[in-house]
Design a binder for this molecule. Structure first.
Ligand code: APR
Length: 231
């Protein structure tokens, strides 16, 4: 039976009230990437970076999964073969909607990381500058999210999943950040059928066999119903 591999981006959480990055008025219109999403920015002004992620952590903790998150969890439950969800998002709405084994390639807001020794622990709701690492006590705690210029997490596992995909779906992502933007090509080389579900065509829309436009809370449940009825 066919393995389904799904990549999600900020668009799947937009209707849960969490901001996207590149839409009108998005996060990158409000903040400079070099200030809040690079190691250099953190070294230059850790307080600014903690403020940025503290606000997003508090907002994400209050957000609820939407019908798109719920539909993907239903697909995992009802599809007879493997359904792997790879997300660029750092919120936990896939898990809150019941999804299992979600691969967070950009880390999560729930995680804290020691920039000195690499120790990981669960982040407090608000992180402060100079917070000591529980393992080495160095004052180098940072959010455990992947910044520009850093390697995304779990890439070996991700490429293995893409190599075995029969169906690849990209949901709510603008397709502007690599390596995620190239996953559709990896899946196609494995012979997968590819579909994009997005509010508007992404930068890479022409690479997909099919493009389904609309808000995720409408398009994703409908697509899941169609996939399950195709068994
Ligand atoms: N339903 C479906 N798609 C939507 C919705 C919605 N309700 N609202 C917005 N979108 C789409 C937008 O059209 C856009 O194509 O979601 C996409 C969001 O794109 P980005 O804001 O670029 O977010 P994303 O693709 O996840 O960014 C990837 O870039 O800055 C880094 O680390 C950050 O993980 C992020 C990565």
């Amino acid at each position: 039976m066919e393995k389904i591999v799904i990549l999600t981006g900020a668009g799947i959480s937009a209707e849960s009230g969490l901001g996207t990055f590149r839409d009108e008025g998005g996060l990158w219109a409000q903040h400079r990437i070099e200030d809040v999403a690079t190691p250099e920015g953190f070294a230059r002004d850790p307080a600014l970076v903690h403020r940025f992620y503290n606000a997003r952590r508090v907002q994400a903790a209050e957000a609820q999964p939407n019908a798109a998150h719920d539909a993907l969890a239903r697909l995992q439950r009802d599809w007879p073969s493997e359904v792997v969800i790879i997300t660029q998002n750092v919120d936990n709405l896939h898990e809150a909607g019941g999804a299992q084994g979600v691969i967070h390639m950009h880390g999560t807001l729930a995680g804290a990381l020691c920039a000195a020794c690499g120790h990981r622990w669960t982040a407090p709701p608000e992180m402060a500058v100079g917070e000591p690492c529980p393992a080495c006590a160095a004052p180098t705690a940072r959010p455990d999210v992947v910044w520009f210029g850093e390697m995304p997490y779990h890439m070996d596992a991700i490429y293995d999943h893409l190599a075995g995909a029969s169906i690849f779906a990209a949901i709510g992502t603008s397709g502007q950040v690599y390596p995620a933007a190239a996953f559709v090509h990896e899946a196609m080389m494995s012979g997968a059928r590819t579909v994009e579900l997005n509010l508007e065509p992404s930068t890479g829309a022409s690479s997909f066999d099919e493009v389904i436009l609309g808000p995720a809370t409408e398009a994703v449940p409908r697509w899941v119903d169609q996939i399950l009825s195709s068994q």
